[in-house]
Design a protein. Structure first.
Length: 233
């Protein structure tokens, strides 16, 4: 059966002499692996359509063991992201996180559009660290394990100004529920995270947050992601 869709190239691995094995987040089929025969030849018909951070229209069919790519053409190449090193570095980390967290063969249009809209906006924002924080938060929410920020993630009670972040409980916990190793956070940070979750990509650059808050929030979310990955292994 032949399939046609649009996909974002997340990863490419060299295979045999001139082939590539691609990991692609597709609009219609979720995250899939494709083999592109001859993709690394100088005269390859695929050319730049298989570059990382490229949205391409893909035609593939089911082989005996692998999905085989037949055609590829560029839809969006995110030129504004790729022309500046810092933006490119942020974008590569974003697709690396997507590759790690998104399960194979689970189509989710919301997740696909999150990456499509977010990466397009990355080409225009000035606050790259804030964009990366918003991306992590929004991706975690889209995948169903965003940090709990409204009530205690352990007992469910309303939160007081005495807050801790607990990766094991999946978010903020109260004074009674926190354990050794949890990180004390200010109520202001919780408010900032809720604000980021509620804002669109287009309005994100209007937010002005302290650099130390952004740095701390990144660390807390990385701990949450790490705990989630260990728990599913």
């Amino acid at each position: 059966m032949i399939h046609k869709t649009v996909g974002l190239i997340l990863r490419a691995i060299d295979y045999r002499e001139s082939d590539s094995i691609l990991t692609v987040l597709t609009r219609d089929y979720g995250k899939v692996s494709l083999i592109a025969k001859g993709a690394r030849r100088t005269d390859s018909k695929f050319t730049a359509a298989l570059d990382l951070l490229t949205f391409s229209e893909l035609v593939f069919y089911e082989g005996e063991n692998l999905k085989l790519l037949k055609e590829a053409s560029i839809v969006e190449n995110l030129r504004e992201v790729k022309r500046e090193y810092e933006r490119l570095e942020v974008a590569i980390e974003a697709i690396r996180l997507a590759h790690v967290l998104i399960e194979d063969d689970h189509p989710d249009l919301n997740v696909f559009e999150l990456l499509r809209g977010g990466l397009a906006q990355l080409g225009h924002v000035s606050q790259h660290a804030l964009w990366a924080l918003a991306y992590k938060l929004k991706l975690l929410r889209a995948l169903g394990f965003a940090p709990r920020l409204g009530q205690c993630a352990s007992c469910g009670r309303n939160l007081t100004p005495e807050l801790w972040f607990s990766p094991a409980n999946g978010g903020l916990v109260c004074q009674e529920c926190h354990r050794a190793g949890d990180t004390r956070v200010e109520a202001k940070l919780a408010q900032e995270l809720r604000m980021i979750l509620g804002i669109s990509w287009e309005k994100l650059d209007r937010l002005v947050l302290p650099a130390q808050d952004i740095t701390l929030a990144h660390r807390l979310l990385d701990e949450l992601v790490g705990y989630h990955l260990r728990s599913v292994q």
